[in-house]
Design a protein around this ligand. Structure first.
Ligand code: SAM
Ligand code: SF4
Length: 326
């Protein structure tokens, strides 16, 4: 079994694939209000180009792929892309991050295409507040979530970006909601990605405080989550509910980083919090061979930075999350 090793001895086996930089929501901390300066369609990697890059990664030892964006489900025919990627030799796990606004239409097709797990962003259970944060309709997301459950995705993870004075009073409600529906819950610290992320980071909430608050109402015991990635988990005693804390700021997890990100225009970003990147689109369109593509990927991984510097240099990353594939 091949393994793609970076200079710090980390094995890269996971690619987050942004299939679009567009989105039907405008979450406060992610995409600027009124933003519409999107990548032109001629620059989008085609499904065939994506398949080539992911195929090359898989031959080098990558086994896990996550479809993300922007909002992946605003791009047409994602179930058909999912099917093609899942069929590639070496790809063992295909997952999706979505805001769920369109999940009711696509859940069954995605499941049939081989997507096994989904993560859904949900920052509030109150319709007005949800609208204020995302500009979208909560009812659509809830409908999408229930369709995901119906289609048999397991686990479904809810990702909540916790912001002081915005939605931090809802952490208990979110636990109850996840208990009721058998979802996994993850609280995420805001990252200073772009001006939007930096502005939202000002409403930073200490997760020790969140945990202490939850402990007043729920008995939390140490928990584990298979393939849980960077989250540290606790479990609500006597239930199956796992709660993860994703703390890129207060306790970064760069030492165990196993991933890179491919943007819709074919830019391979080597770290979420650094600008190191390789442009794959020109190589693909100049007719690079499969062997040369593999060499380009190996060379790219040799330049993977050691860690992000969100705390030391919060102004450093000018692109916002939806451009990178969060
Ligand atoms: N549209 C999909 C969604 O919302 O799940 C997928 C893409 S979105 C960029 C992926 C994740 O990034 C979401 O969970 C979102 O909450 C998170 N995100 C976006 N901007 C962020 C920021 N500045 N800090 C922390 N998380 C952020
Ligand atoms: Fe869209 Fe996801 Fe960014 Fe919200 S977090 S604006 S849903 S890409």
């Amino acid at each position: 079994m091949k393994s793609l090793l970076d200079p710090f001895g980390r094995s890269i086996d996971y690619v987050r694939l942004s299939v679009t930089d567009r989105c039907d929501l405008r979450c406060d901390y992610c995409m600027p209000r009124g933003f519409s300066d999107f990548e032109v369609p001629e620059h989008w990697l085609s499904f065939a180009e994506i398949e080539r890059v992911i195929g090359a990664f898989a031959r080098l030892g990558v086994s896990r792929i996550r479809l993300t964006g922007g909002e992946p489900l605003v791009r047409k025919n994602i179930p058909s892309l999912a099917r093609r990627l899942r069929a590639l030799p070496g790809v063992e796990d295909l997952s999706l991050s979505t805001n769920a606004t369109r999940l009711d239409k696509h859940a069954a097709a995605l499941k049939a295409a081989g997507v096994s797990r989904i993560n859904v962003s949900l920052d509030s259970l109150r319709a007005e507040r949800f609208k204020a944060i995302t500009q979208g309709k909560l009812e659509k997301v809830l409908r999408g979530l229930m369709a995901g459950k119906q289609a048999g995705f397991a686990p479904i993870k809810i990702n909540m970006v916790v912001m002081g004075g915005v939605n931090d009073d809802e952490v208990e409600d979110m636990v109850e909601f996840c208990l009721q529906h058998d979802f996994t819950l993850r609280f995420i610290e805001t990252m200073p990605m772009g001006a939007t992320g930096r502005a939202a980071s000002a409403r930073y909430v200490d997760f020790q405080t969140v945990r202490a608050r939850l402990e007043k109402r729920f008995e939390l015991i140490p928990g584990v989550m298979p393939g849980g990635g960077p989250a540290r988990y606790v479990q609500v005693a006597g239930t199956a509910l796992r709660i993860g804390f994703i703390t890129p700021i207060s306790q970064h997890f760069c030492a165990s980083c196993n991933r890179v990100r491919l943007a819709v225009d074919g830019t391979l970003y080597l770290c979420l919090g650094q600008d190191d990147k390789v442009e794959l689109r020109p190589l693909l369109r100049q007719g690079i061979s499969d062997g040369e593509l593999e060499q380009a990927l190996v060379a790219a991984i040799a330049n993977k930075p050691e860690r992000h510097e969100f705390t030391e240099k919060p102004e450093q990353v000018v692109r916002f999350m939806s451009l990178t594939g969060g």
